[in-house]
Design a protein around this ligand. Structure first.
Ligand code: FAD
Ligand code: NAD
Length: 480
């Protein structure tokens, strides 16, 4: 094996693999170092996202929703099924197959693009040198690159009040592997992971209690949308307790007792399983030597500029290692940007139009600013909100909870934010992404013809509603 490359990427998740493939497309001799061994004991690309994140969680969300529908919703359509049963082993097998198909696909793409996959750990030394330690037996080797891209991702935060314990107290990775439905499931953290994985097991019959330290539900989400989301999730049976700070946990036999403080004082609950989902931290620990020359910020993220350059010349960092939302698509686009910057092109990720999605049912999705953020900035703005209850397609499908909301600059008519809770929100929000990316005004959306019947009509109606022009909802003018 050569010890010199144009580019060495450390980490083969969405950030790292996309960077490596794009570098290779641009004619750069590229290696990607990835140390992950999957649950089948084989080296695997795809990072957190494909192996233990986005993909397996969505596979379980889809399976559990189908079960929930069969049990609670199909009868409304006149579809009569005998009491449905859940085969958890089959659900997990299918999830594992999806993961293997996708992670194997990245390996095939590496081969097709002639990216060298080095199976082991990478550590950044000084002067764009990288120490590579193979997973298999063999000595560490020092490699040299013209450019290094750090893409080592993140790992779950552990908290001393709830240390992980076998399959009883688990992080998100453990929560993807339950072999039976716990009778009572505790979740610490009502963030994205807590709500998604809490939903999976609640749909399958677990009694789920989510303990959230903060008083506000989903504080990053537009208040109107988060209120609706909380209402719908509670109706589905998720017992979400806000202002509940976990202070300790105790495992005895097969039960976990969790103590927490809320407005009324000390409380405790006994669970069969506990998921700890309190955030993730960047994987900088073994990645950097003392003299690597890379600076960290106050939260231990690698410090980078807007094009992901670190303080070490020729060294870039992307994805969950750096500032910004910890999202796969953000990591991927940073990987592509850095590859193109290295190749001398002028590329810039537009951080203002990165959408976020929570894959509950209904889904929650948003891009841009919330109404509260715009209000706080003092800019004059207008909003348009339309419920899916006014949408023929949503009603026909029996899936009409939620709403679409636009926040628009009153003076320029530019879209500042789009917020959705409702069916297919993850897909609908892309319409806002495209509109905002093109700098379109809300009038542009108002003037477009949307197919009928389609969920997208609620996007159109919400755009019209910003100017009191919605046809299918009665609007009262806001007092100025
Ligand atoms: P990672 O995907 O974490 O990849 C980094 C890779 O680097 C890892 O495979 C690691 O083994 C490897 N590595 C680390 N250190 C070294 C080293 N020194 N040498 C060699 N290799 C190393 N995001 C979304 O956008 N949508 C979702 O639906 C979504 N769902 C999620 C669900 C769960 C349960 C979790 C945990 C996360 C989810 N995320 C989701 C977040 C998403 O997974 C991350 O934002 C994304 O994976 C970050 O990509 P990355 O390339 O920066 O890092
Ligand atoms: P998060 O930051 O979304 O939520 C963690 C929650 O835990 C917060 O609300 C926090 O207040 C709460 N918390 C912290 N300490 C607590 C304590 N002691 N007691 C009670 N509550 C406590 O983090 P997460 O849900 O672990 O997800 C991590 C990251 O993974 C997210 O930032 C997200 O970017 C990414 N992710 C994305 C998706 C998606 O895009 N659909 C899905 C899963 C994960």
């Amino acid at each position: 094996m050569s010890d010199k490359f144009d580019v060495i990427v450390i980490g083969g998740g969405p950030g790292g693999y996309a960077a490596a493939i794009r570098c290779a497309q641009l004619g750069l001799n590229t290696a990607c170092i990835e140390k992950r061994i999957n649950k089948q004991g084989k080296p695997a690309l795809g990072g957190t996202c494909l192996n233990v994140g986005c993909i397996p969680s969505k596979a379980l969300l889809d399976s559990s929703w189908k079960f929930y529908e069969a049990k609670n919703k199909l009868a409304d359509h006149g579809v009569v099924v005998n009491t449905p049963k859940m085969d958890i082993a089959q659900m997990q097998k299918r999830k594992d197959e999806v993961v293997l198909q996708l992670t194997g696909g990245i390996g095939a793409l590496f081969q097709a693009n002639k990216v060298t996959w080095l199976q082991g750990s990478g550590k950044l030394l000084s002067g764009k040198q990288v120490e590579f330690t193979p997973n298999e037996k063999g000595d560490a080797q020092t490699l040299q690159a013209e450019h290094v891209i750090l893409a080592a991702g993140s790992v779950p935060i552990e908290i001393s009040v709830a240390p992980l314990k076998d399959d009883l107290v688990v992080d998100s990775t453990g929560a993807l592997e339950f072999t039976s439905v716990p009778k009572r499931l505790g979740v610490i953290g009502a963030g994205v992971i807590g709500l998604e994985l809490g939903s999976v097991w609640a749909r399958l019959g677990a009694e789920v209690v989510v303990l959230e330290a903060v008083d506000t539900f989903l504080p990053v989400v537009d208040t109107q949308i988060s209120k609706e989301t909380l209402k719908v999730l509670k109706k589905q049976g998720l017992d979400i307790r806000l202002g509940a700070r976990v202070t300790g946990s105790d495992v005895k036999g097969k039960k976990v007792t969790v103590s927490y403080e809320d407005g009324s004082g000390e409380q405790s609950e006994v669970f069969d399983r506990l998921i700890v989902a309190v955030g993730r931290r960047p994987m900088t620990g073994e990645l950097l030597s003392q003299d690597a020359g890379v600076s960290l910020d106050e939260r231990n993220f690698i410090y980078v500029d807007s094009q992901c350059r670190t303080d070490a010349p020729g060294v870039y960092a992307i994805g969950d290692l750096v500032r910004g939302p910890a999202l796969a698509h953000k990591a991927l686009e940073e990987g592509v940007m850095v590859a193109e910057v290295i190749a001398g092109e002028h590329t810039q990720v537009n951080y203002d139009t990165i959408a976020s999605v929570i894959y509950t049912h209904p889904e929650v999705a948003w891009v841009g600013k919330t109404e509260d953020e715009v209000k706080a900035s003092g800019e004059a703005y207008k909003t348009g909100v339309v419920p899916f209850a006014a949408n023929g397609r949503a009603l026909a499908a029996g899936d009409a909870e939620g709403m679409v909301k636009f926040v628009v600059d009153e003076k320029t008519d530019r879209i500042l934010g789009m917020h959705v809770v409702g069916p297919q929100a993850s897909e609908l929000v892309q319409q806002g992404v495209i509109a905002m990316e093109f700098g379109s005004t809300i009038e542009d959306l108002q003037l477009m013809v949307f197919s009928h019947p389609a969920l997208s009509e609620t996007v159109h109606e919400a755009a019209l509603a910003t100017d009191y022009r919605a046809i299918h909802v009665a609007q009262r003018r806001r007092k100025k």
